[in-house]
Each structure stands twice: as structure tokens, then as C-alpha cells.
Design a protein. Structure first.
Length: 228
């Protein structure tokens, strides 16, 4: 342990901070996109239209059954070739690692947020929905004004827990040579031959952030339970 040099963290902190900012940015964008599309998928799964319901169920089951790493690689390597076939281009259409990361995480996480929202919708008493219809509201107005506000409030602890998992999963984008927090640490560790110091620092930062957020979620869950 005496050979460890943690000064490398101080010297390279601006670069590490830039990577951490990218990680947080990707997490926020992926969360917002996933909640939006996940909500649409949940409503589609509960739809009386069999084609719409089965299509949404097939998409959700596919994404939930395949490792995220494979989804990232599939999109990054195969989508340019597919776009080449569709557009008739002479070369694969470049998408880029950064754009692939955003699209992939939104596509993948939407399936998980879908199941959370679907469970929340099914937990709303049917009497409230019937009362909304009796007042003259249509399906979309009932969802927007009556059902979904309660769903997001009741399922908020679960949604935030999924966001913490998403924050951890973002580290996989470093495999695409994207400079997120882990990617920045890996590049510095390889350049300065300080693998142990950088990996210990990354683990400590992830532990502190995730443990703090998890504790906040637990307190929030207790407060919501008291209000109920």
C-alpha cells in the first residue's frame, strides 16, 4: 500500500470531473426518455388492442431478456449496416458512440420503466377510472389527469431505485471508448500505470453516490407510506 500514489487523482481531477458530468448527463437524459417511452409502452400493454398490446409485450420481454452489453454492441455495430441497407448508401451510415449510448439506454431502460408504470396503473382502483369516465373525460384525459399523477407519486421510490441502477449501468459505455467517469479513469490508469488508485477511487465515488441516493429513497418511501 505504500507504493500507492493518489496524487494522480488530484492531478487529473478536471478530466475525471468531465467524465462524471457526462455520466450524470447520460443518466438524466436516459431517465427522462425512458420514463416517457416506458409510459407509452405501459399504456400500450394495457390497451384493449391486441396487436398493440402484444407488440409492446414482445418488445419489453425482448429487452428484459437480453444483456444490456449486447444491446449496446448490437446497436453500435449493426445499426449502421441496417441503415446502409435501408438508405442504399455505399458505406455504413455512421451513428457514433455517443449517439449510440443515448439511444441504446433509452431503448433498453424503457422496458423496465414500462413494467414499473404498468404495475402502478394496475394498482389504481378502477372506481377512479370509472368516475373519470362518468365526468366526461376520455381515455387520454383520464390517464393524464387522474391515473398517471397517482402512479408516479406512488411508484416514485421504485422509479428512483431504477435510476440508481441506470446510473451504475452507464459505466458500460466506456466499452465504446466514450469518456464517461469510468472511461476517463481507465484512460488515465493506463496512461499513468495507476490502475489500483484509479479503480479504488471510482469504486469509492460510486459507493458514496449510490449509497446516499439509496438512503434518500428509503426516507422518501417512509414519508410516502406515512401520507398514505
Amino acid at each position: 500500500m505504500g507504493d500507492l500514489d493518489f496524487d494522480v487523482i488530484v492531478r487529473t481531477w478536471p478530466y475525471l470531473l468531465k467524465g462524471l458530468q457526462y455520466t450524470v448527463q447520460l443518466t438524466i437524459v436516459a431517465t427522462l426518455g425512458s420514463i416517457f417511452f416506458g409510459t407509452l409502452l405501459a399504456m400500450a400493454r394495457l390497451s384493449s388492442n391486441k396487436v398493440l398490446s402484444l407488440s409492446a409485450a414482445a418488445y419489453v420481454n425482448l429487452m428484459r431478456s437480453v444483456p444490456l452489453l449486447l444491446v449496446i454492441f448490437w446497436f453500435y455495430f449493426l445499426m449502421p449496416v441496417i441503415m446502409q441497407k435501408l438508405t442504399g448508401s455505399e458505406r455504413p451510415v455512421p451513428i457514433g458512440a455517443d449517439r449510440s449510448a443515448y439511444i441504446t439506454f433509452i431503448m433498453f431502460e424503457a422496458a423496465f420503466f414500462c413494467e414499473i408504470v404498468r404495475a402502478g396503473i394496475q394498482g389504481i382502483p378502477k372506481g377512479q377510472v370509472n368516475a373519470a369516465y362518468a365526468l366526461g373525460l376520455d381515455y387520454w384525459q383520464t390517464m393524464r389527469l387522474v391515473v398517471l399523477p397517482q402512479v408516479f407519486r406512488n411508484m416514485l421510490p421504485v422509479l428512483l431505485t431504477q435510476v440508481i441502477i441506470l446510473f451504475q449501468d452507464v459505466s458500460l459505455v466506456s466499452l465504446l471508448n466514450v469518456t464517461d467517469f469510468v472511461g476517463a479513469s481507465v484512460k488515465i490508469a493506463q496512461r499513468d500505470s495507476r490502475v489500483v488508485e484509479l479503480y479504488l477511487f471510482v469504486a469509492a465515488v460510486y459507493f458514496i453516490l449510490c449509497f446516499t441516493l439509496s438512503t434518500m429513497v428509503k426516507h422518501l418511501q417512509k414519508r410516502i407510506a406515512i401520507v398514505r
